[in-house]
Design a protein. Sequence first.
Length: 276
Amino acid sequence: MANITAAEVAKLRKQTGAGMMDCKKALQESEGDFEKAIEILRKKGAKVAAKRADKDATEGYVLGKTSNDNTFGVLVMVNCETDFVAKSEDFVNFVTGITTAALDNKAETLEAVLALTLDNATVAEKLNDITGKTGEKLEFDSYKAIKAPFVSAYNHNGNRIATLVGMNKAGEGVDVAAHDLAMQIAAMNPVSLDKESVSQKVIDTELEVGKDLARQEGKPEAMLDKIAQGRLGKFFKENTLMSQSFIKDSKITVTDYLKSTDKDLTVSKFSRLGIG
């Protein structure tokens, strides 16, 4: 067995963040080969991930960020089991690193992000590394990217919610409007951009619920469809972004607010990720 020094163990620990004993055992197993030792620790992380697959990862950290020219933005959410890990420096730095790498490479899909290199390893490998270090189940299966003439990101206090909004044009006042809408999306959690973009499945569900509620209230059977349609209209107003009341002035809608900034300004796309 190779004679492993304390300095070598400390070096590996600094490089990987793994525990001292884990680093020592990995170095002994690899006979002092650092690259092999790192691979051993990664495999240990993978084993930890598999062992905790039945646990619930209901905490985590969400981060949104845009390019310097505000034409591309990303949202990254990594889940863990406890608030303690979610707030730890290593975990926050890990999520920040993923976000920066995704933005720098203009990654459009989760698969593309997982293949990116982060500290001489892929993001997928680093996920196993952090799993091995924390001993918790980690999940990274939520990623959003938006490309538009102007993109704004908003990170709600505590990084449990983050949003992206893409506008159809750039120009004077668009940055302020985009930021306002990014906050609107965080607060009001719209299901879609407008009623035309609500899925038929959601519409059918809302109509069925509306009829059932009316039936429970004792309304005549012949009136149920009309009542359900009325409730669907209210659903559209409260849950589609462009029809929602603007959070800074409830007397106007989001559409009204955008037209007051620029008559041709609108939202092309938005995304929201939240913990829990």
